[in-house]
Design a protein around this ligand. Sequence first.
Ligand code: MF3
Ligand code: CO
Ligand code: CO
Length: 286
Amino acid sequence: MLLARNDACWCGSEKKYKKCHMEFDKNLAQYKKEGYDIPGHHLILNEQDIVGLRESSKITKAILDQVADLIKPGITTNEINDFVHEYTLDHGGIPATLDYHGFPKSCCTSINEVICHGIPEDRALIEGDIINVDITTIFNGYFSDASRMYLVGEVSDNAKKIVETAKECLKVGMDQVKPYGSVSDIGLAIQAYANSKGYSVVRDFGGHGIGKNFHEDPHVSHFDTGTMGMIMVPGMVFTIEPMINEGTFKLEILEDEWTAVTKDGKLSAQWEHTIVVTEDGYEVLV
Ligand code: MF3
Ligand code: CO
Ligand code: CO
């Protein structure tokens, strides 16, 4: 799409291109020349979109807050799923994972050696488990995606440590987010931190652009892929969701075709936020 100086800007502001995103596009073209990926216009959301995402995020956050009160020995992951499902519908939302490429439930519940995409079932939580609950809500067409770890009763020191370190990995990843930085810096920082604590970083799954779709560009790697990565610009929305393992980063997918487990059966932990790049950094949506 080649716009003339006096055409209406592509962003929907109704300003002339030359008074709006013309400099911005020139600037990005320069990054592209240098070898970076640059975001397509559809990845740059406007203020109205961000308002929609904040509303969606409110539901996701409320669910994650309330799941904290449900987690105790004896509750099944199906019961957690039922709560998530009903709360979402009651608040006018749709659970994005339900029927997503055949995923059968309204959230993911990943216990102990499960890395991600665990399917809620009739297994009851037992004292000492650690569990990730991953919620994605669609509200008015806007997707918000976040997950947290929960401790079931008293857990081992090892379990506590990997849960805390995974949370810190998300934080050091977010510290890299700023306009005109590269998404690849996120993975570099996470990998360095995780390795310094003796953990490995899962390579087969990453964060993702999100907003009007569940999974969008960019792919947000949590380790060093050796690529220059995509330039971050204000209005880009994506998740960071590092999965870190006690032992090997290698994984296996169970016969259900979803559940990803560590190859060595050791613990894994993950936290996820959806964030938007702002003029001076980022805002956590949820
Ligand atoms: N919420 C997950 C993510 O963070 C995706 C789950 S997809 C599912 O991207 F199909 F497994 F539910
Ligand atoms: Co996600
Ligand atoms: Co998620």
